[in-house]
Structure formats: C-alpha cells, structure tokens
Design a protein around this ligand. Structure first.
Ligand SMILES: Nc1ncnc2c1ncn2[C@@H]1O[C@H](COP(=O)(O)OP(=O)(O)O)[C@@H](O)[C@H]1O
Ligand SMILES: [Mg+2]
Length: 504
C-alpha cells in the first residue's frame, strides 16, 4: 500500500477548516502553528479539493514564500528578487491566476513595516473573489491592529486521525491498513513532528505492527508529563484482577462494546464516564486501571493535588488547561483521582465552585472518545449536581467486599504472588475478615507470605488465619465514618456489587 490508498473522500479536519474559510470568501488567513511544513502539506491538499467539484475541475497551485528562498511554486525555481517581503506581496498582487500563497517568516515584516501592513490590506482587495488566497503561518501570534479585520486567525489543532493515518502510510514503511488504523490513535494529540519522533522510536524496534503501540505511546507520556499535572499510566491491570464488584464489572464489559463501536453509535449512548465513590482501599483505583485495559485505551491521571498546589499557576487555569489538553489526546480514559480534593483543599471557595462548574459543563461538551473516570472517598463533599444522573453514565458505590468477594480477593492476591490456592481452605477466612477492605486483604496476604518465606515453609490456611486475627480493619476503628458514607451513598448511587439481603 502507499499513497495510492489515500481515498479522495477522507478530508482531514485541518484541510476542511482552511478550505471552508477560503470558500466563505476569506482570502487572508493567519495560521498560528509551529508546524510550517505541515501547513504546506495541508495547503496542497486544499489546493486539490478547492475546485475539484467545479464545472471545470482543476488543482489550485500552491506557492511558497520564505525570507531565504523567496517565492516559488512546488518544485519550481524561486522567482528572482522575491526575497523581499514587499516583492512577495507585489508578486501576489500581479499574479493573474488563482493560487494559494503560503508565506513563512512573514510575521516579522508584518510587525515592523507600516507599508507592508498597508500593502497587505490592498492584497485583501485584490485577492477577494479572484481565486487567490494568502496564508501566513507563524509560531507567534503578532497581528497588528490595522490588519486584524482583514485577517482570519486560526489555531492549527494537532493532526486528526485522517492526517495521522496518511502520515503513517507515507513514512511508516510497509504496514497493513489494519495496523495503521490501530496505531494512528496512539499519535492523537501530538504535533506531526512529535508523531515523527514516536514513529522513529517504534521503527527502531522493527517494522510497524501491533507490538509498536507501547513505543508509540511513549511520546505521549513525555508530552503529558511536561504538563506536570497529568500522568500517563501504563499499568496493564486486567479486569480479572478485581475481586468482586460484579455489578461494576458487568457494566464495564457491556460498555466496552459500545465504546469500541465509537462513531457508529449515536452520541447519547457513547459512554461519557463514571463516578466511583466509596470506602478507601476497596478497589476504585484498581477498577479505573482495569477499565482502561478493558477499553484498550491509554490511561491519564489528573493529579488534583498538583492542580491545587499553586505550582502550575492558578488552580482554575491549570485545571482548564489539563482538560483541554486531554481533548486532543482522544481516545483515552481520563482519571480524576480523589476528585473531592478539589473541594477540601485550601483553595478559595469561589475557585472551587468555578472549577466544579467548569468540570460539569465540560463533561457535557467534551470530545467524544474521552471516557472520564472519577473516583472519590469523601463523597459527601461533592456538590450535588455532580452526582445527579446524566452527568456521568453511572455513579457506583464501592462498599466493603462481601464474604464471597473477600475469598475471591484472597485468591487473586495469593495467585498473583505464585501461591497455588487449590489446597488452601480460603472459606475459613470469612469469619476472621469481617469488615475488611481489599487493601487489608492484600496486606494480610503479603504479611503471611513473607513470614512463610522467612521460615522457608509453604504457606498454609493456618498462616493466613493467624495473620488475619492480628489485623484491625479500618472499618472497626472508623465505624461511624464508614456507616455515614454508606447511608449517604445508599440513595445516591448504584452498588458496585450486589448485596444479598442481610449480608455482611
Ligand atoms: N476488589 C479488589 N480486588 C482485588 N484487590 C483489591 C480490591 N480492592 C482493593 N484491592 C487491593 O488494594 C489495593 C488498594 O486499592 P485501591 O484500588 O487503591 O483502593 P481505593 O482506590 O478504592 O482506595 C489495590 O491495589 C489492590 O491490590
Ligand atoms: Mg484510590
């Protein structure tokens, strides 16, 4: 496969924006971006589409101007004497045919010389309705007031899947279309240059394949880490590593189908996200990691403590920036861990209110493909609007595990550490572990295994029981608080595990 596979119907988001701007009669566009080369590619695509459906279809040629090379058409020699910015504008004004002119390095001249600004306004008149278009691309935003009205200002968003797939087809070496479709989402949110680094990193390990995914994602990890408030988590926890919580697990498995269908399902039923609240140490964080693996999506964790630390400017600004940044990284699972931190932190009341108000609106409007998983321990601190139905697809309450769930959790943690459980009578542990959290069960398993290893024996049921009786669970020392959480959640959330009547 190669360039030939590029279907003419697939127009990239960036090309569409520019084409539509041209078609609506905007001959002067200022594109804010550091990706000069990419703008060139996009303009060539626009040139091919602009008059493709005209009575006499034709390709609109793209001319490029830079301070060092002057004005030249694709592959052609530079027009003599056109290095001067003024000469460039004269050339455009005198040009008889329709064309797209891409001006690089033009912002300096625009800022410095009044006659350039004047000339540009004339150009506006001479290009309008003549099929001539001027695009200034620049990494800085300097638009003098006089030309502000004549220029359409555009921010170039990172490449979309169409552009990224084309990029992989062109630069990724031999790879099947299936592999390209699988890898392109891993590059979303990166600039084309960053995508190129990611691609090189992957190609060092061999030709592109499904195994290239982690190497491709590494670039994104670096990108989000630079933000200081978002962390890329590559964990790989599988849903089978969660003991109990069957209600939650079933919900996730059902949603998985919808989520993977993505664009083909109506917007209302694409999963938006879920809120999990409940008793600490019962598997909320664990579940989020398993959800990301289950949906086959990268997981990003927003650190609410960092956001409110003041190290990244005003909390509100840092929070908004983090949410916006994530929209470019779809598809992904975005995890707001202990989201109530936003409420209990030292920030001023007004700020917290604004952050939550922003969050709730953003939840409604955010890009599709972004699944939000929010977790909270102190649910009673969250604003009521947050829990109301419709914000999240579901609000789950994660309670202390039931008897059978506790046994399952023992089994998971023993087996994970290489202990065969067939000979053990884990059922015996039920009565010694009333009111335990999953984290406490894990702690018990680790302590018992360590003890057995030191004694150089294999672990027995008795070892586990003896360790268990010494552990005082948090639910006993904090009974009142836990009952309060339960009562509060009872009417506001769906239980993550079905509770049989009277069970403990
Ligand atoms: N339901 C469970 N199944 C298996 N392990 C669990 C479960 N709940 C808790 N654990 C263990 O306890 C640790 C801490 O749980 P975590 O998910 O961080 O709790 P939370 O986020 O609810 O406070 C987990 O990493 C896991 O090892
Ligand atoms: Mg947690």
């Amino acid at each position: 496969m190669g360039k030939a596979t590029k279907s003419p119907s697939a127009e990239s988001r960036a090309a569409k924006v520019l084409r539509e701007a041209f078609e609506s009669g905007r001959p002067l566009i200022y594109v804010h971006t550091s990706e000069e080369q990419r703008v060139g590619n996009i303009l060539r695509e626009v040139g091919q589409r602009l008059l493709a459906s005209a009575p006499v279809p034709k390709v609109v040629p793209v001319w490029t101007w830079s301070l060092t090379e002057g004005m030249r058409s694709a592959g052609g020699p530079a027009v003599p004497g056109s290095q001067d910015p003024r000469a460039a504008l004269d050339f455009i004004a005198a040009h008889a045919d329709g064309a797209i002119f891409h001006l690089k390095d033009f912002h300096e001249a625009l800022r410095e010389f009044p006659d350039i600004r004047r000339r540009l306004r004339d150009i506006y008149e001479s290009c309008r309705d003549r099929g001539k278009f001027v695009v200034i691309s620049s990494p800085v935003r300097t638009i003098p007031e006089e030309v502000d009205r004549s220029l359409l200002f555009l921010e170039l968003r990172p490449p979309d899947l169409i552009e990224l797939s084309d990029f992989l087809r062109e630069e990724g070496g031999p790879a099947s279309e299936a592999v390209i479709q699988q890898l392109a989402p891993a590059l979303q949110g990166l600039t084309l240059d960053e995508a190129r680094y990611a691609l090189r990193r992957a190609l060092m390990l061999g030709p592109l394949s499904a195994d290239s995914l982690p190497a491709m994602l590494e670039e994104k990890r670096l990108l989000v880490n630079r933000s200081g408030v978002i962390e890329y988590i590559s964990d790989g926890t599988q849903i089978g590593e969660i003991g109990g919580l069957d209600g939650l697990k079933n919900w996730v498995l059902e949603r998985r189908k919808l989520f993977l269908m993505g664009d083909s399902v109506a917007a209302e039923i694409v999963p938006k996200g879920l809120l999990m609240m409940g008793i600490p140490g019962c598997g909320k964080s664990l579940a989020v990691k398993a959800i990301a693996s289950c949906f086959q999506l990268p997981l990003y964790r927003v650190d609410m403590i960092e956001i409110f630390s003041g190290r990244h400017g005003k909390p509100e600004g840092a929070f908004v920036a983090a949410c916006k940044m994530m929209e470019d990284l779809v598809p992904a699972v975005l995890w707001f861990d202990e989201i109530e931190m936003g409420v209990t932190s030292a920030a001023s009341d007004g700020e917290q209110g604004r952050i939550f108000a922003f969050f709730l609106t953003w939840m409604q409007e955010k890009a599709r493909g972004l699944f939000v998983a929010a977790t909270a321990n102190r649910i009673d601190l969250l604003p009521a609007e947050m829990i109301r139905k419709g914000r999240f697809d579901e609000v789950f309450f994660v309670d202390l595990p039931l008897e059978a769930e506790r046994v399952e959790i023992f089994k998971i943690h023993l087996e994970r550490r290489g202990v065969a459980t067939a000979q053990l009578e884990l059922g015996q542990l039920m009565e010694f572990t009333k009111g335990w959290s999953g984290a406490e069960i894990e702690q018990c398993v680790v302590a018992a295994i360590t003890k057995a290893r030191l004694a150089e024996t294999t672990i027995t049921t008795q070892d586990l029981v003896l360790t268990a009786v010494k552990i005082v669970p948090l639910s006993r020392t904090m009974e009142t608080q836990i009952n309060k959480i339960r009562d509060w959640a009872f009417e506001r959330a769906v239980r993550a595990s079905p509770r049989p009547v009277g069970a403990r």
